[in-house]
Design a protein around this ligand. Sequence first.
Ligand SMILES: Cc1ncc(C[n+]2csc(CCO)c2C)c(N)n1
Length: 220
Amino acid sequence: MFTDTAHAATRALWLASKRHPFIQQLQAGTLPRATFRDYLIQDHHYLLEFGRLYDLAAERCQVPTQAAQLRANAADLRQGEIATRETFFAEMAITPAIIAATPVAPTNYAYTSHLYRSLATAGVPGAVAGLLPCYWLYAEIGEELATKGSPVPIYQAWIDSYTASDYANAMTDQLALANAVATPTNQAALCQIFKRSSWYELNFWQMALDHEQWTVAKPS
Ligand SMILES: Cc1ncc(C[n+]2csc(CCO)c2C)c(N)n1
């Protein structure tokens, strides 16, 4: 099955994400609030692209049930993860003006560009494979962190958002969709796409920890 093969191929990358200092510090409660705030701002940009990708994939999808699932995913994302972040934003004094004024960092831009590229080069299956680690890796990270917890309430709330039971149900649907779009012909390409997304997931933590910036400021 595609998802088993892809999961096995990214074990080391996922382990590196799970053990990343950003995650370790979040769990220990030592992650600087400014770092988490920076992550949330970058992640908001990321999630908006994620929703657009679902919409674009749904438009291109020829299988009605799959198109409906992709549309439902986009709606769930906007009512779920994006909406949940509003309370975090209020607590962290993140306003729409601040988000608009913060450039998308290089790694974030590269990651979302990879997702568009996956749709462009491998169609709907490419987009589905590219988006899958985002869902699945966070579910696994949430599961691990849930047993340990974090002493910082907002970090704990972030962990809780990835362990809710409706999230686990959505996960099953995501895996089924990925296996439905995979074929013997596209599986190797999909695995590469899945791996690259997993690599970007790891780099996303580092980007947040480093407060990554463009080395040359954008001319206004
Ligand atoms: C860099 C980054 N990767 C993955 C997620 C998690 N995530 C993104 S969309 C989605 C599905 C619907 O909520 C999930 C779980 C994130 N927030 N940021």
